[in-house]
Design a protein around this ligand. Sequence first.
Ligand SMILES: Cc1cc2nc3c(=O)[nH]c(=O)nc-3n(C[C@H](O)[C@H](O)[C@H](O)COP(=O)(O)OP(=O)(O)OC[C@H]3O[C@@H](n4cnc5c(N)ncnc54)[C@H](O)[C@@H]3O)c2cc1C
Length: 426
Amino acid sequence: MRIVIVGAGIGGLITALRLHNEGIDCEIYEQSDQIRELGVGINLLPNAVKELAVVGLLDQLNEVGIRTHELFYTHRLGHQILRKPCGLDAGFTLPQFSIHRGSLQGLLLRAVRERLGAGAVHTGHRLIGFEQDAKGVRARFVHRHGDASQPVHGDALVAADGIHSTVRAILFPAEGPPRWNGVMMWRGATDWPAFGTGRSMIIAGGNTAKFVVYPIAEGRTHGTKLTNWALCVLTGQPGDPPPGRQDWSRPADPADLERHVGLFRMSLDHVALVKATGEAFEFPMCDRDPLPYWTKGRVTLLGDAAHPMYPMGSNGAGQSILDAASLGGHLARHADPADALRAYQDDRLPATSEVVLRNRVGGPESVIDEVERRAPEGFSRIEDVIDAAEIEAAVKGYAQASGSSQEQVNRPGSVAGSRTPSAEPG
Ligand SMILES: Cc1cc2nc3c(=O)[nH]c(=O)nc-3n(C[C@H](O)[C@H](O)[C@H](O)COP(=O)(O)OP(=O)(O)OC[C@H]3O[C@@H](n4cnc5c(N)ncnc54)[C@H](O)[C@@H]3O)c2cc1C
């Protein structure tokens, strides 16, 4: 079996490693001429780390990431709502990592090239279309200046081509652009004195004004960490057309940051942190509605192409890693690739659709919204505002739905693939 993977983001690269582990031949085709380590921070929950450990990448994660120790939820004005230990410190058998997206992409890319060969990733190949029949798939690509490359043949095509997926647009031509929830997200990372335990993460504020901060790597000077921050503010209305295309690398306007960063009271000097960051990026918080199906014959969607979601609950990259685990398992088990792609869809589509919908209302962080609704000016004692059991129910319910609960992660076997089949057409 030979699989054509489109896109060398986190989803495409981990898919190649999972398929290689299963002895399945594959190659990746990426539109960019060069794969640069772009982005800022992301979190990998223990469920995703478990799947990365299956392909032997735990040591590499340890080298470049930070083992997250604890997570704080606070009111926008600084009052603590929840302190939650994370990863090993919470009793999981695997750590949680806070990591630079580019470093993660870099370590996956090196592993792909070492294991599958230097030529396994074809850069400068933008997919523009495909044809399929009972024997296989023929994928068509163009190079940077629009000149066509040789078509590529495979037994199946996996589209890991991100939120603006070409394959998704071919399968669902009437869908239109991603949906904006009115929240603009500004992100950056810079070396900064370690705060808390040096492995702490803070999420301050709910859906209309949120500041997130956590370290993602050791800093270049003693006592510092490369510290990631994200500032999210409701600047439009849900359903408004997003202000500009959803480009993860679009530079931020410092005036926007200055205007909004003072909304928060934090235990660290977050205003100075933002000011000290050389380059920040903006991204309108967008997702898409869950799809009725991802698989059509020998073609399927994976990662953000299948289920772009708001970055809540540390799930964006993690769900694409779970997709890859499920897909690899099904391709190894089924002789017919179309059967495998359908079984993968049945595993993963219901689970990820639920996460997309839960993230629309804030994911586990919706408890912060609830507290702010009840106590807009803050509080002295959290127990006067909300019951501990209510907080726990919200956080645990989300963990269960996203496959990241301790029970799901600590039991033997893969976290992905535990769902009952849907009845969607293939
Ligand atoms: C440059 C960049 C920076 C990011 N930064 C952050 C961040 O800071 N924080 C965060 O939470 N998330 C970030 N993300 C998103 C995050 O990586 C994803 O949400 C998650 O990892 C799932 O990844 P994915 O592989 O499905 O999609 P992506 O990571 O978006 O990867 C998709 C890949 O497909 C390629 N591609 C697209 N169309 C085609 C085509 N027609 N033919 C061939 N190749 C194609 C793209 O160039 C890209 O390499 C970023 C994504 C990108 C692309």
